[in-house]
Write a protein that binds this ligand. Structure first.
Ligand code: GLU
Length: 481
């Protein structure tokens, strides 16, 4: 059996879309499953769409997700260069082979003429095929500055796509496609065939949008006498609503934007891998190692999978808890550096760790820390309306509220060993003594010490804030009423 070699072959045309990222994950998984190779190749032959810095974004995204490539930019490899723009001599050499076997020709027909042909077909309502208009006397010469076209051999073609199953296409979809453009750069259609062959790629995994061009690719493999690799068409990722492909406008951010919001790479990998694939069980949370072990081509769904950010964020919450529970508070803390409120830097690491330990199970993204924990580092602004309008406290008069705070302050002041257990005992005592419902008493104390919409369990929050700070805030709130 041949070693599995796969590749991710993005075009550096800007922002790296989350759907594109999945096209990197699947080839990575099947290569690793087989101890094979995963190649990164940058398809930068469309000079008009080239965006400076886009390659860095692609590399950052793969590195962040732990999709290390065995060959490609930075790491090199025996099949380089890995930027198509640096491989022009290779494409020229290969196109010359086709020219000499009479299967490619230089075509000087100007674009305006081609447009005319196209318009003519549109008016006559017949499909436009360039081969119907190809020049009568073909020029089998490699000419710089002249596009080189394939001399097609249209016929019935059958093939199997690992996801889409048995496929069939007739001659009407096969044409004299351009191989080398006027500027000397190859088209995607041509370059990827050569590169995949030279790089030994066994599985070509890419978006389903290339399925309709596959008959042309098969014709090229045939003309070169190359084996056709296993073709794997990955269905579209659909927008959250409607029946269309997920696009930039549908609110899906780029992978690195999610990273900057505090989505963990484990969660992103997990979510995208399971978007359109499952292993037939109910399992939802997978580590990279588990994905490598379980992934299989035959369980990729052939229909589009709907992008669901809520699910991604849910999964991220699961991963935050998983890391905390399995690897410890410190492991999660190490991921939080960029997400604390500014004021947190005045506090010790130990204190930040204790705060993280009580809030982590409420986090969806790490950037939630910024707002969620501010009151641990800075006295909150007093907002008496927040107390008075609270749904549990509305019924209480100002005098009730004040006396409830006063008795709480007095009893809490008596605690000598300030810790979650002694705090819980005191809180229970206060409940019994005042006859208030927990929702009333605890909401009041919680708001008075945080003026935040949520906080972790009250005894933990008071415990983390410490006696002095807690009492000072309770006193300030009481005075404000
Ligand atoms: N450069 C193509 C793209 O970014 C890749 C298609 C492929 O993987 O062959 O869509």
């Amino acid at each position: 059996m041949k070693e599995v070699i796969t590749r991710f072959a993005p075009s550096p045309t800007g922002y790296i879309h989350i759907g594109n990222v999945r096209s990197a994950i699947y080839p990575y998984l099947i290569a690793k499953q087989d101890n094979g190779k995963f190649i990164l190749r940058i398809e930068d032959t469309d000079r008009e769409r080239y965006v400076e810095g886009a390659t860095d974004l692609i590399e950052d995204t793969l590195k962040w997700l732990g999709l290390d490539w065995d060959e490609g930019p930075i790491v090199g490899g025996e099949h380089g260069p890995y930027f198509q723009s640096e491989r022009l001599p290779i494409y020229h050499e290969w196109v010359k082979k086709l020219i000499s076997s009479g299967r490619a020709y230089a075509d000087p027909t100007p674009p305006e003429k081609i447009d005319e042909y196209r318009k003519k077909c549109n008016t006559e309502k017949i499909p436009f095929l360039y081969r119907d208009f190809r020049p009568e006397n073909l020029d089998f010469t490699f000419r710089e500055g002249t596009p080189i076209r394939f001399l097609s051999d249209p016929k019935e073609r059958e093939w199997t796509d690992a996801v889409m199953g048995k496929m069939k296409a007739g001659p009407e979809v096969q044409d004299d496609i351009i191989l080398i453009k006027k500027d000397g750069y190859p088209t995607y259609n041509f370059a990827h065939i050569i590169d995949d062959a030279l790089m030994g790629v066994t599985h070509v995994m890419r978006g389903v949008e290339y399925l309709s061009s596959t008959p042309n690719y098969l014709a090229l493999y045939e003309a070169f006498g190359l084996d056709t690799p296993t073709l794997v068409s990955l269905p579209h990722i659909l927008a959250p609503t409607g029946n269309k492909k997920l696009g930039k406008r549908d609110g899906a951010k780029s992978a690195t934007e999610y990273r900057d919001d505090g989505v963990l790479p484990e969660a992103m990998l997990n979510y995208l891998a399971c978007l359109g694939w499952n292993d037939g069980t109910e399992q939802e949370i997978y580590t990279k190692e588990e994905l490598i072990e379980r992934f299989s081509l035959d369980r990729i769904q052939s229909s589009g999978a709907r992008y669901d950010e809520t699910k991604l964020l849910w999964m991220n919450g699961q991963w935050i808890r998983k890391i905390f529970d399995e690897q410890g508070a410190r492991a999660l803390y190490d991921r939080t550096t960029n997400f604390w409120p500014k004021v947190a830097s005045d506090y010790s690491e130990e204190y930040r760790l204790s705060v993280l330990s009580i809030v982590y199970d409420r986090l969806k993204v790490l950037s939630d820390l910024t707002e969620m924990t501010e009151y641990f580092f800075k006295d909150p602004e007093i907002d008496t309306d927040m107390i008075k309008n609270n749904k549990f406290l509305k019924k209480l008069s100002e005098t009730d509220l004040e006396s409830l705070l006063k008795i709480s302050i007095s009893k809490l002041s008596d605690i000598e060993d300030w810790n979650p257990d002694t705090l819980q005992e005191t809180l229970n005592w206060l409940l019994a003594e005042t006859g208030r419902k927990p929702a009333e008493l605890f909401s009041l104390i919680r708001i008075a010490i945080s003026f935040a919409p949520f906080s972790p369990a009250l005894n933990l929050t008071l415990g983390a804030l410490g006696k002095e700070v807690s009492l000072a805030r309770l006193n300030a709130a009481a005075r404000s009423l």
